[in-house]
Structure formats: C-alpha cells, structure tokens
Design a protein around this ligand. Sequence first.
Ligand code: P1T
Length: 379
Amino acid sequence: MKFNTKTIHGGQEHDKAYGAVMPPIYQTSTYAQSTPGGHKGYEYSRSQNPTRHALEKALASIENGNYGLAFGSGLAAIDAVIKLLNPGDEVISTNDLYGGSYRLFTKIFERFGIVFHFVGMENANRIENYVNSNTKLIWVETPTNPMMNIIDIKSVAGIAKKYDVLLAVDNTFATPYLQQPLDLGADIVMHSATKYLGGHSDVVMGTLIVKDKELADRLYFVQNASGAVCGPQDSFLVLRGIKTLHIRMQRHCENGRAVAEYLKAHPKIENVCWPGFESHPNHEIAKTQMKDFGGMVSFTTKGNNYKEAIKIVENLKIFTLAESLGGVESLAGHPASMTHASIPKEKREQTGIVDSLIRLSVGIEDMEDLIADLEQAIG
Ligand code: P1T
C-alpha cells in the first residue's frame, strides 16, 4: 500500500459489530468480564481502548512501523521514552528543540540523575565526541523547532548503531508524509499529534511508533504504569485527521514555499529559515531525506528589531498569534517569549532564537490572502 492509501486505510478494519466505516468512540473506562480474566482483549481503558487501538494501528502503518502508542500529549510521549532510562544514563539531544522538551529534560529528568548533552547535530560527526559507556539515547528533532535546522537521520542512525544506542526522532514538523525516520534507521518516532497529525487545532496528543517488539513492550509497560494515555474522543479526532494528512501537507508545503520566498525578497526582513532554500546550510540533506520542505517558516526582522517583530505579530489578521502549529489555519508565534521562553536567554540566542525571531505555521488558506496579510502587517 502506498502512503496516501495508508493514511485512509492503513491498519484499519471496519467495526466488527455493525460494519461502521469509522471506529466507534468507545467512551468507556472498563469492560465486562464473564469470569475473572474472561474478557475480549480489553480490561480497563488505561491499558487498552478499542478507539485508541484503532489509532495506534493507523500510526504504525503511516510511519512504516509495527507498533503505535498514543499518549495524552507530545510531552507525555517524550516522558515515556526517557523513562526507559536509569539514573546515570546519558542522552545526546539536538541543541535546538521545542522549549517544552528542553524543560522536561533539564527541569525534571536531570533531577532524577539523567545527564543531557545538547549538541548542534548539523554535522552528525560531532555526536561521537559526546558518546561514552553511559550513553543510552540520541534525541533528534528535525526540522528543529524553531530554527528549521535539518539533521541527517541516516548518519545519526549509523552512529547510534555503532555504539548500540537508541535513536529517537521527533517527527512533528515533517510528519510521515515528508520523512519516515524508521526507514532511515531510527528506533523510535515521536509526534506531537496535536500538530499536523490531528491537523485541526482541536486535540492535544502525543505518539510513539517503533518496529521492534521488545522496545514496544517496554514502552507499553511505561505507558500503562505511568498512565498518560489519551481519551477515545481524541483518538477518534486524530484518526480522522490522519485521513487527510497527505492533501493537507501538500498544500502546507506549497503555501510554505510561497511565504518563505515572499519573506526572503522583503527589504524589512533579515534571515528566513526554511530548508527549501538552496542557501540553507542543510538543503542537500533536506532534499534527500524529505519529500518536500513543509509549512514551517521562521524569520527575523532587519537589524534584529524586537519592536518591529512585535508590531508584525500584533498586526497580522489571518495569521493568529498563538502557540502551536500544524493546523489548517495559519498561526504566528514569537518563540523567545512563547514556545521557547523556558530556555535561558543566552542558551536560546546561541541557537539563533533572538528576540526578533517570528515563527509561522503556514496553513492551507489561499496563498494570496496569506501573502496579503504579511504585506499589510510588515508594511
Ligand atoms: O504540546 P505537546 O503535544 O505536548 O507536544 C510537545 C512538542 C513536542 N515536539 C515538538 C517538535 C513540538 O513542537 C511540541 C509542541 N510544540 C508547540 C506547542 C509549539 O508551539 O512549538
């Protein structure tokens, strides 16, 4: 089955009871047993729920994995991965990543004795400088949030294999429409399904997908023991969202390109971060590992003018100033004060998250309207 067909049919079967084409929302916490342990595969909805299960099978299919797990948020999914580790274990992570992931690593898991190294991975060879006998996990976000750096997943997977370390890839920005990290050698794919997978800004959810049964069992144990599962209604919504992922992504990419090119030519704009530009430092890797370049674009104002940046985000009318990304509607964000405020200013600025940086999640509205909105806001 090819990808577009998989988004609609992958891992899915019609409802056994009445043939419903979409899985029913099994809004139940528990299931009747005829005798202790005598159930139909479902005991309690933290452990298993048929609607969540339908979603998990679809997730495994679209990421070319064998097992999917759905959580109450993206951060809950990341939390489950780090809970595979023990005190003293070390993680090598991309240095440019979602501020909430950084906060979870440094403010929660460092307290439990896990050591994190934040490394610029645009040159994958730099990772080897940080590997030692305690290294257990490499955490990669690509494209990175919000600087749109691209990490060579295949090269990092080679390093992970060489040292027998797990590789997890946060595939939130790319989605499996653009890149499939398991095929490139990653062990775990993670998503904030809140974003493109859900696609309509109406759900908070996280997912993990793996190929290996033993790893799936260990993650399932954490999911069930810690309990950060998502509900059946949200599972239904994300399953519905996935069915249009391919057509939404196509339009996100078209509009993202138009917005990036418009901004690049604008005299009041300084840097535009979008991996589709030939001048992007990792453009060649983006071209090989991604099908297109996505709908996320970040930019700074001329002379890093903070006031000018704030004026732009306040003036936008079709782009909504809001946290999050990946929905059908266009959003604008100011990473330094919003999504990445939990990263100390000097650390933030080392990776390029300066005070004039604006991040756009380009939606699937008419491109002409989006450009006109930017035109009136930037002036
Ligand atoms: O918000 P949540 O579903 O818990 O997902 C966390 C997360 C993980 N990884 C990436 C790459 C993300 O972008 C996010 C969430 N990001 C935002 C809310 C944001 O506006 O960037």
